[in-house]
Design a protein around this ligand. Sequence first.
Ligand SMILES: *Cc1c(COP(=O)(O)O)cnc(C)c1O
Length: 385
Amino acid sequence: MSNQKKGLNTLCTHSGELKDEQFKGAVSPLFMSTSYAFENVAIKRYPRYFNTPNQEALCKKIAALEHAEAGLIFSSGMAAVSTSLLAFLKAGEHVVFQQTLYGGTYNLATEEFDKYGIEYSFTTGWQTKDFEDKIKANTKLIYIETPSNPLLTITDLAEISALAKKYGIISMIDNTFASPVNQNPIDFGIDVVIHSATKYMGGHSDICAGAVAASQVSIDRIFNLAKNLGGSLSDYTVWLLERSMKTMGIRVKTQNNNAQTMATYLHQNKAVEKVYYPGLATHPDHDLAKSQMRGFGGMLSFELKENLCPSAFQQSLQLIKSSMSLAGVESTVLSPAQTSHALLGEEVRAKQGIKDGLIRFSVGIEEPEDLIADIEQALMRAIKQ
Ligand SMILES: *Cc1c(COP(=O)(O)O)cnc(C)c1O
């Protein structure tokens, strides 16, 4: 039976599962061995070769969910990002990054790439033209994030893929914010899809992992570097991640619905200046989002009016926690200016449109009326005297 014919929650639950031949247990057995009998020259099983039974099984689930030929799992999202980028870039080559980039990826480029002789540019926006403007003779790769962090801008997947093909270069996406539940970039021709599995794939704020999905040829290329860099994931965590991913579909769909409810509520609230959520008809790229996403995701951001104090608001929340990370079943908020984007400095933040009063909201699976009640009381307490 081909995976492509099965629905999302069936793939989440069953794709890639290992059979318990010995005891006929209901779930994939966990094989913790780091040492395996030598089968033949082609198959030498070892955790750092990314080919233990549990690793291989989970890679199949990742591939099935991203409509890809193959997948690879890593010890963190950044292991997946760094290994994928370095697998396709060498000294003297150039990469175009979307301006609004996850902080860790921005740091990887700006702190490390110089010493490997890899050149990079950041776009000034997220329109396809902004990417084409930065392409040079030695450009080998375009790297995008959509929806982006923290302003939820939408980049056109089909146009970026066409642009990359026009110049004969690789297109890569960090698909963490959407998750495979809401967006499958490979269907639009994007070459390599990366996830921080720490986020929606894990979903319970207790796993750190990364994932890549692509053609077999691309995965082989990434694997060849991965086995040398050594960013493999421990089998115990692989097993936990498989368990988490069984509920990814139902979790993320609930988070989509809750985020839509919260975005609508915040949009109507007089204490709120602006809401950034691709599911709102007022979002400038709502139609584009509709054309390439099945759901609009669980992430949104909003700006409070001047007469409210953002830190007092955050501190007054009782149910919703302040947290650096995102995508857990529990709702969390953070202030990008004070945390994730603090190191960028005021000037760069202003250029990117990140105001001091901006609050990023990772919407969980709680009942939306309880989230609204928590925000109502916190807004009251945040009014400046
Ligand atoms: C968290 C995150 C990463 C990095 O993942 P880690 O698992 O923390 O290494 C990369 N991209 C995005 C969009 C993220 O949110």
